[in-house]
Write a protein that binds this ligand. Sequence first.
Ligand code: SF4
Length: 336
Amino acid sequence: MKSNKHYTIPVFIPFAGCPFKCVFCDQNRITSRDGLPSPGDIVRIAETYLGTLPVDGAEIEIGFFGGTFTGLPIELQKKYLDTARTLIENTAISSIRLSTRPDRIDKQVIGLLRNYPVGTIELGVQSLDDHVLQLSGRGHTALDTLNASRLIKEAGFRLGHQIMIGLPGDTRETSMKTASDSAAMRPDDVRLYPVLVIEGTRLAEDYHAGRYSPLPLDDAVRIAADIIPLYEQAGAKIIRAGLHPSEELTSDGKLLAGPYHPSFKELVMTELWRREFESLPGDRLKHLKLTVPSHEINAAAGYRGQNKKLLIGKYRAVSFRGSDSLDGRRYDAVLD
Ligand code: SF4
C-alpha cells in the first residue's frame, strides 16, 4: 500500500556559496556540521537514511540545506547534482530539493537546474520589507525574491519560501505584509522561523549592546498564528514552524535569547485552535463534545492540553473525538 509519506534526506553545506554571513545566521551551529560533504559523503548520508526509512511507496527527496546552493562554483554544483542524480537512478530517492538565496537565481542558474531531477527550490526569503532586509544584512531586496519566485514557478519547479519573524526592524505589520506578499507568490511550501540570537553572530553583538531585542515567545507564537492562515488560504503547506530542537544549540549555551521552544509549532497550532474555540459561549451545566479532524486532535486539545483546560473552565465536562470527514480547522460542537 502506498504510504504517501514524504521524507527529505538532508545534506548540509554550511555557509557554502553564501556571499557573507547574514546577521542572524550561524549556520555551522544551527546544523551542527562543519565542512563541505564530498560526493562519497553524500552517498553515505543517503544510504544511512535509506536504511531507516520505510521506502515502500514513500516519496523521498535529497535536500541540500544550510548554504546557498546556486552560489557554489558551477563545477561543485554539478558534482553534487550528478551525485544526487545517480542516487535517484539507483535508490528510492525520487527528486532533489535545494535551498538558496533569491539573488542567486537567474535564467542561467535555472537552465542548469533543469538538466537535473530537481523538484523543489527553496528561497531564503526571510522578509519582503527592504528596510528589514537591509538591517538584517541580507544584501538583496524584495524584488529579487519576486523575480526568483517567478523564474522558479515558470520553469515548473516547486517553490519553497523560508520566512523569519522578529528580524531587526520587524514589526507585526511588516511580518504580516511579508507573509501576504510571499503567499501571493504561491509557494508550494513554507518554513517559518522565529529569529533566535546565537552566540558568534552579528545579531548577538547587537543584542549584547542593547540594539536588538528578540520577540518574546508569546508574541512569536501569536504572529506565527496570524501568518499561517494566510498561507493556508493560498494553498501553501507549512512544513516547518520553529527551529528543530538541536542538542548543541540548547545545551552548549550558544543560544543566547529568543523565542526558542522545542514544540514551537504545537504552540502555534494550539493558539490557532484556541481562537477557533474562543466564541463558544460556555455552559457550566453541559458536557461539550467536540469533533475535530483526526490528525488535528492533539493540536485542538492544545499543547499539554491547554485548550482543553481553558474549555473545562466553561463547561461541566469537555471531550474530543477525531473524524476523518473533517479537514482544516473545522469542528462540530455538541452540548449534552
Ligand atoms: S544566505 Fe542563508 S545560509 Fe547563508 S549566511 Fe545568510 S542565512 Fe545563513
